[in-house]
Each structure stands twice: as C-alpha cells, then as structure tokens.
Ligand binder design. Structure first.
Ligand SMILES: [Mn+2]
Length: 317
C-alpha cells in the first residue's frame, strides 16, 4: 500500500479530480468526500463531488454539503473513490472509474478489494480519520467547514462514539476537529436526535415486532414497504434502528431487514463479538467485523432462515 506521504505527494500533482461517494451515501462518505474536495480546492486543485444517488437532505445542515454531480462529463486527471469497500459501491460510476487511467481508493473497510490504481486503505473507525490525516499530510488548512465535515463522518461511523470501533485515534481526531471549530453537539443532534413524526411512528411500529432467534441471541427488526407507506416514512429514515437492538438483554447479533422492492431486502448487521463481516460476505456483501451489510433476494421467511443459519455458524458456543 502507498504511504500517506506518497499519497499526498501524488495527489498534489493532480490538476482536477472527481471525488465519488458510495451509493446510499452516509455521513462518512459525504464528510470525507466534501472535506477532501475542499482541501484540494484550497491547494488549487479543482475538485467536484459525485454520487450515483442523491444526497439525503438531512445532511444539508452542513453548508459545504451541496448537490452532488450525478454524472461526470469533464476531463479529470484523477477519480477518487471514497469510503467504498468495492467497486460496485460506485453504482453507475463503476465503468467510468474502471476505465480511467488514474484512480484512487481511499477507504477504511477491512473488506476493501483494492480495486483502484492507487489504494490507501487503513482500518480506522471512520474514513474521515484517514482523510484528516491525509489533509494534514497535504499541508492544507483544516478550517471550520472541513472540521465539521470530518467530524460528521467520525460521529456517524462510530454511532456517536458508542461503537466498539472507537480507538484512541478516533478520539484524538475528534479532539483535533473540535479544536478546529467542529460543532460536535450540532452534528450529534442532526444525525442522531432530530427526526420526523413519521420516523418516530415507524420506530415504534418496528420495535413492537422484533423477532428473536437462536435463543434470543439474534434480534431481527423488519421494515416492509407497507410499513413505510402506512406511516409515510422514507427508507433512509430507518438508519439507526439497528443500534437499538443491541441494547436488548441477551442479544449478540442484531439484524435489520429492509424491504427495498418485492422480495428484495437490504440487510444490516451489528454484533457484539461474532464476525458479521463473514456473514454479510456469504451473501455477497461485507463491511466490518462488528457492523456489515448485504442484499438478499427471496421470500421473507426464507431470507430470515438463511440469515439465522449464517449467524448461528459465527456465534460462539
Ligand atoms: Mn465509512
């Protein structure tokens, strides 16, 4: 893998870059992409941010987060994938990325497949920690906007510093970002507390139907299309539901099953110790040991059976 110093030197040689967020963008990919783009712009390198999906409006409270490009037509000296474990996470930009002669992959997922010409993958809790170190290495200023963007990724990917992935480095990064002007409380409120009445209703409905398998070690929350339409909530509003499961006595693994189309489900995993990256990988997904995701097609009960079996093989006796 390229060193941080060599990565920063190589990036400094670029003229114009496109920075791509992963599909179904979260706080970490948005925060690290916009922060890197701003830092590069401040060094005189033109930078645009692109994403195959529109950005959820709940991220717009941070000023620099604006509409992203949905297609790339310009001549970019480099394309940079941000927070993407594999190339399919680029969505429609996949082919364009793969064909480009100068690509970068800056990420923190253990499952990263090193699909770019230049790969920088470091297993920090959030990709924003990697980008903070990169911006430092570039010698660019960490202004208030950049500090807020990076703090958003650190805060969201660590569940507001509650997940096991938090390291001393995470907290050093947070301290540094606070010192540079990040408003941590405002980010916490917007990302974790603020919600619509519809989401509150969906939350109550979902949690009243939790299923327990494997003697209560596995908790499953399910959100069907009909749940969403009946309360008037959006798919993206289910974020955070899975974390609630992990507080239930006896639960070792939490699964959130979100029906995204008929017989097609987006699955999220959280775990206290079992390797759910292995579970997600067995269905073509991936992520981290204690937090991962995948998609599965099939009849709902069949999907639950498959998931339960896969988790049972990873749970310690
Ligand atoms: Mn991330």
């Amino acid at each position: 893998m390229i060193s941080l110093v060599d990565l920063s030197l190589k990036l400094k040689g670029e003229k114009s870059v496109a920075v791509i967020c992963h599909i179904r963008p979260d706080g970490d990919t948005i925060g690290s992409a916009f922060a890197l783009a701003l830092a590069l712009e401040n060094l005189g390198i033109s930078a645009v941010v692109a994403c195959d999906d529109a950005l959820p409006s709940r991220f717009f409270f941070l000023n620099p987060v604006k509409e992203v490009k949905r297609e790339l037509s310009g001549d970019y000296s480099a394309i940079i994938a941000i927070d993407c474990a594999d190339i399919t996470r680029l969505g429609n930009f996949c082919e364009q990325f793969d064909k480009h002669k100068n690509t970068y992959n800056i990420d923190h997922h253990v499952s990263n497949t090193r699909y770019a010409k230049t790969n920088y993958v470091f297993d920090n809790a959030s990709n924003c920690e990697n980008v903070l170190e990169l911006i430092d290495a570039l010698g660019a200023e960490i202004n208030g906007d950049i500090a807020n963007l990076l703090a958003m990724g650190v805060i969201t990917d660590t569940g507001c510093f509650k997940h096991k992935n938090v390291t001393a480095n995470t907290l050093f990064a947070a301290g540094k970002l606070k010192e540079k002007g990040a408003d941590l409380n405002n980010i916490y409120f917007n990302m974790f507390a603020a919600q619509s009445k519809e989401r509150a209703k969906l939350f109550g409905r979902t949690m009243s139907k939790i299923r327990y398998e494997l003697g209560g070690k596995l908790a499953i929350a399910t959100i069907l299309q009909s749940d969403l339409t009946e309360v008037g909530a959006e798919q993206s509003e289910t974020e955070g539901f899975i974390d609630f499961l992990m507080g239930i006595h006896g639960v070792e693994v939490g699964i959130c099953i979100l029906e995204i189309a008929k017989n097609k489900f987006k699955i999220s995993f959280r775990s206290k110790s079992a390797d759910v990256n292995a579970v997600a990988s067995s269905f073509g997904g991936g992520g981290h040991i204690l937090a991962s995701g995948c998609q599965i097609s099939g009849e709902y009960e069949e999907v639950v059976d498959k998931l339960t079996f896969a988790v049972s093989r990873e749970l310690p006796e």
